[in-house]
Design a protein around this ligand. Structure first.
Ligand SMILES: NC(=O)c1ccc[n+]([C@@H]2O[C@H](COP(=O)([O-])OP(=O)(O)OC[C@H]3O[C@@H](n4cnc5c(N)ncnc54)[C@H](OP(=O)(O)O)[C@@H]3O)[C@@H](O)[C@H]2O)c1
Length: 272
């Protein structure tokens, strides 16, 4: 079975569910996709090709149908109350969960089905540049399922399989939540630029392009982050003056470490 020949069900068509559907349709325009979301109008507005997706308001509307792949794209907090309706839909399907924290063991027990892949994409899925990590117990899914899950997730960017499930929570705190940290830095840089007297629109454009250029350079080079940092920071120059504040008494390192620890802990809490 291939992605193009599969029948797909998305439970939840919010930011992430819609982004994944958009990615799939961009590469497989004829894919057969059904999306369930109580807020159908919002789901429709997030889809680039709503005409290619059959949208339903409730799981009850699809309970008699059979799907090859079920993608769980609801918030982890919503899962417990929707689980009973989801179970029959997953019985014959490969289930791909993008819900933060929820473990494959818990999902398998609930679903009476072993074909479960746990994944963590990120918001860059919206433009096909996500970093998605995946985990599945090797003896529970076939190579065919693994290829199918990879094929689906590659529609939104890069995919990395992890060999230990605990690492998914760690990756959640890095690549899953990471765009949020980057946008917080962008927000603060724009505010600081305006405080220094730049026009807000100019500040916004400078920060966007600076982040884009830095990300492209980082992706394109073999140099490490530390080497690149040193390359910008010439002795007694402006960058070094700025970094001397950011890195004073390891302030940035401590803040980032605490940030990642808090996100990691929250991912683990969501799974309990
Ligand atoms: N956002 C990110 O950057 C990101 C990154 C990686 C992973 N994730 C994961 O992706 C999942 C979804 O996040 P999101 O940002 O896409 O959230 P979202 O925009 O709120 O989307 C979730 C959607 O699911 C709908 N929903 C709730 N209960 C449902 C049910 N029983 N059946 C069908 N749909 C239902 C919600 O509708 P209502 O709003 O009407 O309740 C909402 O439209 C989460 O588990 C999160 O951990 C998110």
């Amino acid at each position: 079975m291939t992605l193009a020949s599969s029948r797909l069900l998305f439970v939840g068509c919010g930011n992430m569910g819609a982004a994944i559907i958009n990615g799939i349709i961009a590469q497989h325009p004829k894919a057969e996709i059904v999306g369930v979301d109580p807020t159908v109008d919002r789901a429709r507005s997030l889809l680039k090709r709503p005409d290619r997706v059959m949208l339903c308001q409730s799981l009850d509307d699809v309970k008699a149908e059979r799907f090859d792949i079920v993608v769980l794209a609801i918030k982890p907090q919503m899962f417990a109350q929707a689980a009973d309706e989801i179970v029959p839909l997953t019985r014959h399907a490969l289930t791909i969960s993008i819900m933060a924290g929820l473990k494959t063991t818990a999902l398998r027990q609930k679903f009476e089905s072993d074909r479960v892949v746990r994944t963590m994409p990120n918001l860059a899925a919206e433009i096909g540049d996500a970093m998605t990590v995946c985990f599945a117990e090797p003896h529970f899914i076939s190579e065919e399922d693994r290829v199918l899950a990879t094929e689906l997730l590659e529609c939104i960017g890069n995919v990395e399989w992890l060999s230990r499930e605990a690492d998914v929570d760690k990756a959640t705190a890095i690549s899953g939540s990471g765009p949020g940290y980057v946008f917080a830095i962008a927000e603060n840089l724009i505010d600081a630029a305006v405080e220094e007297g730049l026009e807000p629109e100019v500040a916004d454009r400078l920060v966007r392009q600076m982040l884009l250029g830095s990300a492209k350079l980082f992706a394109a080079t073999r140099r490490s982050a530390t080497e690149l940092k040193v390359a910008v920071a010439s002795p007694k120059g402006t960058t070094q003056a700025g970094l001397s504040v950011l890195e004073n008494e390891n302030a940035l390192a401590r803040l980032i470490s605490q940030t990642v620890k808090a996100a990691h802990m929250r991912a683990r809490e969501l799974g309990n």
